[in-house]
Design a protein around this ligand. Structure first.
Ligand code: NAG
Ligand code: NAG
Ligand code: NAG
Ligand code: NAG
Length: 392
């Protein structure tokens, strides 16, 4: 923004005027024309490069800058499509309607699994004594599970096949939400996998989720190949690349958010059509982008931007670390529960690390309530340690 510098009071205008080689004073009318010209160029620049990203504001006080942007015509906004206007109206209305306070609020634990759940015994221990404060739903995509805990018996929902990376994963998540929403007492909806385990006792997790009004949906901007590199322009006009986000699939959402996910057809259908492995040479994974992008567009302030389910990607392989029996110690679990900063790394060459404190109602707290991936052989260790590690 060179133009802006012309306005600095310490600089003589004459010095930089074109054609003023001999520094001879210009005649008055010429001087005014040049001045007006500079003002125009300056204003055009401010308009094209809004003051946030330019140095234009150094010239005036920031207050003066505000005044200039105020009387410039607004940067033309994109015209919304009919579907978008309808969708936004419905979503806004749901979000603005105060939620009905249930007398017996419950948390819905929604398990997304291929078949039997290896940690039912651990979950049984976790749920024991808290009847009436939770409900369980199981979506088994391959084989009918054999249940060993009374809390899981008869909790299977109608399920369908799930293919990793495909929209059928999102469909299974929506199916679980649709079933769990039928119980009006369910206030918070947690998605869990067969390899997930609880990191705290029931009371701690219940309070953590119930006494806040945000949802825990992982969401960050990744300019690299595993983020924006998966974006397709077919998603336009509703989904622009600047709104595209990435995040882990394991969410926990409040009731209003579960309802807007059910109500959404517009954004969902864009992902169903244009976010799939192998489309246009990209490997878009719908369950890693749909909800983060959706919430980023419709209610960015309503989500925490991190997932409450911990996973260890530090080995930087295709799949996260899977814990074996020998890994599961009191120290490991305490290490995971002591994390109170959420970290995201971009997938481009810069490998930019984004860190933000895990703020719960403004207070920094442990980020994670659950963890994965635990192999079935870790069950005995976990059962043995649970009473010890799960107390905050
Ligand atoms: C959550 O509640 C607080 C006060 O109770 C309010 O200030 C805040 O805006 C709410 N946040 C959301 C996302 O609804
Ligand atoms: C999550 O990120 C969005 C956009 O980056 C931001 O507006 C929002 O305030 C963040 N949420 C919280 C709870 O900080
Ligand atoms: C726990 O964290 C400490 C400090 O970061 C590390 O040195 C140790 O190896 C970790 N232990 C386990 C079991 O992960
Ligand atoms: C819990 O673990 C700590 C640390 O290893 C140990 O000192 C303590 O004795 C354990 N308590 C129980 C009840 O196992």
């Amino acid at each position: 923004m060179k133009t802006a510098k012309f306005w600095h009071p310490s600089m003589g205008d004459m010095q930089i005027l074109p054609g003023s080689r001999h520094r001879a004073p210009l005649k008055k009318p010429m001087w005014i024309i040049v001045l007006v010209l500079f003002v125009c160029v300056f204003l055009i620049c401010v308009y094209i490069y809004p003051p946030k990203s330019s140095s234009a504001c150094y010239v005036f006080s920031s207050r003066g800058c505000q005044v200039i942007t105020d009387w410039l015509p607004p940067v033309p906004a994109r015209e919304y499509t009919d579907e978008e206007i309808a969708s936004r109206a419905v979503i806004r209305d749901i979000l603005n309607t105060p939620s009905v306070i249930s007398k017996t609020p419950k948390i819905a634990f929604m398990f997304l699994t291929p078949g039997s759940l290896p940690f039912e015994k651990l979950w049984d221990k976790f749920f024991q004594g808290h009847e009436g404060k939770f409900s369980v739903y199981v979506h088994a995509s391959k084989t009918k599970p054999v249940h060993v805990s009374r809390y899981f018996v008869n909790r299977d929902i109608h399920s369908d096949q799930v293919v990793w990376g495909k929209i059928s994963m999102v469909d299974a998540e929506r199916r679980l939400l649709a079933h769990a929403l039928q119980d009006p007492d369910n206030q918070h909806f947690v998605l869990l996998s067969d390899s997930c385990v609880p990191l705290y006792n029931f009371d701690y997790i219940y309070s953590y989720l119930m006494y806040t009004n945000i949802s825990f949906v992982d969401c960050f901007k990744d300019p690299g190949p595993h983020g924006n590199g998966r974006y397709s322009e077919h998603m336009l006009p509703e989904i622009e690349m600047k709104d595209f986000r990435k995040g882990a699939q394991w969410f926990s959402v409040k009731r209003q958010h579960a309802v807007i996910v059910m109500a959404d057809h517009l954004y969902y259908s864009k992902f169903r059509e244009y976010c799939k492995p192998g489309l246009e040479g990209k490997n878009c994974i719908a369950d890693e982008h749909y909800l983060p992008t959706f919430f980023n567009i419709v209610d960015p302030g309503g989500i925490a931007n991190w997932s409450i389910t911990h996973v260890d990607w530090s080995e930087r392989k295709w799949h996260p670390k899977s814990y074996r029996a020998q890994d599961v110690t009191y120290e490991l679990l305490k290490n995971i529960t002591s994390i109170d900063v959420s970290v995201h790394v971009t997938s481009d060459d810069k490998k930019e690390v984004q860190r933000w404190p895990c703020l719960w109602n403004g207070i920094q707290k442990p980020c994670y309530l659950f963890a994965r991936k635990f192999t079935p052989e870790t069950l005995d260790n976990l059962l043995h340690l649970f009473a010890n590690y799960s107390t905050p």
